[in-house]
Ligand binder design. Structure first.
Ligand SMILES: Nc1ncnc2c1ncn2[C@@H]1O[C@H](COP(=O)(O)OP(=O)(O)OP(=O)(O)O)[C@@H](O)[C@H]1O
Length: 277
């Protein structure tokens, strides 16, 4: 098939296996998985706790513990990431692959203000003066609906709620415009109002910047609302990879069916309103 701009593969994962060194030898965590991230689309990654979602993301970011072995190919815009030198990977993380994590407090250094960290992050990746970086940061914070950006930049991370910190991370991504954002359970620790805000801003990141998103969530409601395609993982393997409508209407794998059945018994299952692009 000819790759058009609409179906451009931004990230190609082929034969990804992750093993951890134990006293008994190498223990497999991820078994030879393949998937692609397509420009401007959201790929959901679901599966029960311990199935390997976070290990998969950490491998893409080359953030696995030293006692693990990551095999296979991870190509970002055609460039192989597996085995890349740590200083090269540091340049790629943030600028080319953004990440938004479940506990945003871990992403910030407690002793520096939000403004300081925001501006330094922008300046580490872009050739901007402090004033230019400050103006960009303020505009970006405003664009994710955070009030009083200049006041907010003087605050320390512990003075912001989890939802506000998530939106600061999205605002940083909006400035750096990475090709891919990996969002690992970005709404899990948030109340319902903040969940909605964060999901709206992630959707804006995708639609305004054309960012490709890998969205990990145990919440099938979030996946139904956001994802175009979905991967279902079990015991470190992909058991199903399909578009979101197919997944909810005609789940093929018995494991997917059991995941959906468990969720559908709850009363607040949302109905997908948007159309797949
Ligand atoms: N550094 C490590 N050393 C040994 N085992 C690990 C390591 N990291 C993860 N694991 C194991 O790999 C498996 C997959 O873990 P992972 O964190 O990817 O699960 P998950 O699907 O993200 O779960 P959750 O939804 O609970 O976050 C688990 O059994 C976990 O204990």
């Amino acid at each position: 098939m000819i790759e058009t701009e609409k179906s451009r593969k931004v990230l190609q994962v082929k034969g990804l296996s992750v093993k951890v060194q134990t006293d008994e030898g190498l223990l497999p965590l991820i078994h030879h998985i393949d998937f692609d991230l397509i420009q401007g689309r959201v790929l959901g990654l679901v599966g029960e706790s311990g199935c390997g979602k976070t290990v998969t993301c950490s491998s893409l970011l080359q953030l696995m513990d030293p006692n693990t072995v990551v095999e296979g190919s991870i190509r970002l815009n055609g460039r192989e990431l597996n085995g890349l030198a740590p200083q090269e990977m540091r340049r790629i993380r943030g600028k080319e692959i953004g990440f938004i994590m479940q506990n945003p407090m871990n992403a910030f250094t407690p002793v520096y203000t939000i403004g300081n960290q925001f501006i330094e992050t922008i300046r580490a990746h872009c050739n901007l003066s402090k004033k230019q970086a400050y103006d960009l940061a303020a505009a970006s914070l405003e664009s994710v609906n955070l009030p009083d950006p200049s006041g907010l930049m003087k605050l320390y991370p512990f003075q912001l709620s989890g939802g506000m910190l998530q939106r600061v991370m999205i605002a940083i991504s909006m400035c750096l415009k990475p090709s891919v954002v990996i969002a690992d359970e970005p709404t899990t620790a948030l109340d319902v109002v903040n969940q909605l805000q964060v999901l709206r801003q992630l959707e804006r990141l995708r639609s305004a910047c054309g960012t490709t998103i890998l969205l990990i969530s145990h919440d099938l409601g979030v996946i139904a609302e956001m994802a175009d395609e979905v991967i279902v993982m079990r015991h470190g393997r992909i058991v199903e990879h399909t578009n979101v409508f197919q997944l909810f209407d005609h789940p093929a794998d018995p494991y997917t069916q059991s995941l959906l059945n468990a969720r559908l018994r709850l009363p607040d299952f949302p109905v997908r309103k948007k159309t797949v692009i």
